[in-house]
Design a protein around this ligand. Structure first.
Ligand SMILES: *[C@@H]1O[C@H](CO)[C@@H](O)[C@H](O)[C@H]1NC(C)=O
Ligand SMILES: *[C@@H]1O[C@H](CO)[C@@H](O)[C@H](O)[C@H]1NC(C)=O
Ligand SMILES: CC(=O)N[C@H]1CO[C@H](CO)[C@@H](O)[C@@H]1O
Ligand SMILES: [Ca+2]
Ligand SMILES: [Ca+2]
Length: 545
């Protein structure tokens, strides 16, 4: 079955199964000026008038956000920079407009190549200027402007106050002078040794430094002359020690995940007084031969799965790609520049410049979400995903394999980076005004149950016509997540490639052919593959390969 969810939804299936390797293409996507504009009035005719007045072709109302419209450009000639700046300015000056959110992110050049010293928050922390992922001025051979845009959120007064982020990892050095003041002991626990003190176990090689490094990215204190500054430097951080054992047991994993709230789906529904715990997951470090849709946590609807980019906008060599990734943050640089890593706190009161991996990227996202939660504590786990989809940006991210595309409601996405790099400033601004999305519905869109054979050319095409449960209580008007539940008999599952195209024409690669899978014998039984690419689309119509 293929399932979607949102104002209802779960559809089912399509599948194109191929045993032929996919050829990589390295085409450049087209850059056009698309804007999300928030109007004071909800009226659609006013939005169309606005579009016409400013030389856009049309405006489309986004079904899941009040007063938000997508303005489409008239021509599709690739353009960059200047024109978009003028457009933005003119839109911002229009009395009908409340807010402008530029999709590609080049609007941020407006901010200019701001000198780190210009920022009001004049940090005295010695590693602050090396934290290019916070403010990228081109340090360590990086691309200026390619960062989390935290400065804008900080300037608006959001620093994570009142929000606790739990790091589920190998423990936290909670005595670290840059972490101690932000440590939330009550929310912390050690599931590896069953006590309330998740201090990392000592090894000669400092192997258990990971959680401490992640904690600093989120919550390292600001302006204390120690190490650097966390994304949400006034947030609290809790340690959940669970990763330091020879093997992970289901019990440890389930109880760690549900610490404070309950097991993951449960936590999503019941955590934070019903608003839902927000789980951030790293897409994985398996590299291009792995597919993160095969990681049950990354591909879960309940987690926000985050991939990583390096400091010049390229993919990291260890990045996996998949259709369930929602957005991206940053890990280290690819060049051997000793300062291109992620600067953060390290074990025993030390600092490091060398943290890396997609698991270095996920905590940055958690920090950005903490800023958004401070701006609007009422955000549900679904609101957070909507905000991520709407405000993340392509910026200068570059994927040599997969093109950037637009889905049926005009949102730009990429198979590896999701909807792009998180933009903390954009996120807190939208969060502040955000009205909770309506109730979530779940609809089984249809299914193909009788066994079908993959043809001799290695392909099988399945289609499903769906009414998205129209006429029923669970009618899905627009999509959030879509899941395809697939069962395939095969001798090697690594040979399988499953693609799916939505009625609006958005293509998702649900499973790519993987070298890593070559070893894997057997097929797939009831595996749920998820895509986020069709976010906001009307699910009615034909789902195909
Ligand atoms: C699936 O999509 C990918 C990326 O567009 C493409 O390379 C591959 O050929 C597709 N597979 C099939 C069977 O069409
Ligand atoms: C697929 O594999 C399962 C388990 O090996 C087997 O029971 C089933 O009969 C197979 N189905 C087909 C259509 O070959
Ligand atoms: C590698 C490194 O910097 N180690 C230092 C960590 O902190 C301890 C205690 O402050 C120092 O003694 C180490 O030299
Ligand atoms: Ca302990
Ligand atoms: Ca500090």
């Amino acid at each position: 079955m293929l399932e979607f969810s949102r104002d209802g939804a779960t559809v089912t299936l399509i599948l194109l199964l191929v045993t032929v390797p996919a050829a990589a293409s390295a085409e450049e996507g087209i850059f056009t000026n698309h804007f999300l504009v928030e109007l004071h009035e909800q009226a659609e005719d006013e939005a169309h008038q606005l579009a016409t007045d400013h030389g856009f072709d049309s405006a489309r109302k986004l079904p899941f956000a009040q007063g938000l419209f997508h303005l489409y450009p008239k021509d599709v000639t690739p353009t960059r920079g200047r024109r978009s700046l003028q457009h933005r300015q003119r839109l911002e000056d229009d009395h009908r407009v409340k807010n402008v959110f530029e999709q590609e992110g080049f609007g941020r050049t407006k901010r200019g190549y701001r000198d780190i010293n210009d920022i009001d928050t004049n940090m005295n922390d010695p590693l602050f200027s090396k934290q290019w992922y916070l403010i990228n001025t081109g340090q360590a051979d990086g691309t200026p402007g390619l960062d989390l845009n935290v400065a804008e959120a900080w300037e608006l007064g959001y620093t994570g106050r009142g929000v606790t982020i739990a790091i589920m990892d190998d423990g936290i050095d909670y005595l670290h002078p840059d972490l101690a003041s932000n440590y939330n002991a009550e929310a912390s626990y050690d599931f590896s040794s069953n006590d309330p003190y998740p201090y990392p176990r000592y090894t000669d090689d400092w192997f258990n430094s990971h959680g401490t490094r992640c904690a600093g990215e989120v919550s390292a204190a600001a302006n204390n002359n120690i190490c650097g500054v966390g994304v949400a430097f006034n947030s609290k951080v809790a340690g959940i020690r669970m990763l330091d054992q020879p093997f992970m047991t289901d019990v440890i994993e389930a109880s760690s995940i549900s610490h404070m709230p309950q097991a993951m789906a449960d936590g999503v529904n019941k955590g934070r007084g019903g608003k839902g715990s927000i789980y951030v997951w790293a897409s994985g470090d398996g590299g291009s031969f792995d597919d993160c849709n095969c990681d049950g946590y990354a591909s879960s609807m309940w987690t926000i799965s985050i991939n990583s980019a390096i400091n010049d906008g390229r993919t990291a060599l260890y990045d996996e790609s998949c259709s369930s990734t929602l957005a991206s943050t940053f890990s280290n640089g690819r060049k051997r520049n000793p300062e291109a890593g992620v600067a953060t706190t390290d074990l025993y009161g030390n600092c490091t410049l060398r943290h890396s991996g997609t698991s270095a990227a996920a905590p940055e996202a958690a920090g950005v979400f903490a800023l958004a939660l401070e701006a609007n504590p009422d955000l549900t786990w679904r609101d957070m995903q909507h905000l991520t989809v709407l405000t993340s940006k392509r910026n200068q991210l570059h994927d040599e394999v997969h093109q950037w595309r637009r889905n049926g409601v005009g949102l730009e996405f990429n198979h590896l980076f999701g909807y792009g790099v998180l933009d903390a400033g954009g996120m807190v601004k939208m969060a502040k005004e955000w009205k909770a999305v309506p109730e979530r519905f779940h609809c089984v869109a249809g299914s193909v149950q009788e066994p079908r054979k993959i043809a001799s050319d290695g392909k099988l095409v399945l289609t499903i016509d769906s009414d998205a449960c129209q006429g029923k209580d669970n009618f899905v008007r627009y999509l959030e997540h879509v899941q395809a539940v697939v069962t395939v008999n095969a001798s090697r599952r690594g040979d399988l490639n499953v693609n799916m195209t939505s009625p609006a024409g958005t293509k998702s690669i649900l499973l790519s052919r993987r070298a890593a899978g070559q070893r894997l014998q057997g097929g797939l039984r009831q595996v749920a593959f998820m895509t986020t690419h069709t976010w906001g689309e009307d699910p009615r119509g034909t789902w195909g390969p």
